[in-house]
Design a protein. Sequence first.
Length: 80
Amino acid sequence: MVDRLQGNKVVGIKQTTKAIKNGKGDVLYVAKDADDKVINPLIELANNNMVNIVFIETMSQLGKLSGIDVGTAATLILKE
């Protein structure tokens, strides 16, 4: 597994949702242990906008991969 997600990215539900709605999403990383009420609408939005989805085991792992010191439910790699 990689140590860090490469490329321009946004972190968090609000920022990833906004970026996908604006057509900027390339790959969405979602933590499996995040609250379903929070991530299910984001996953549906990603599917509707043909954004690839990768699941990470925990929010803590996704936070580390995203380069932050706290856990996160979602990180989006932006199109170049």
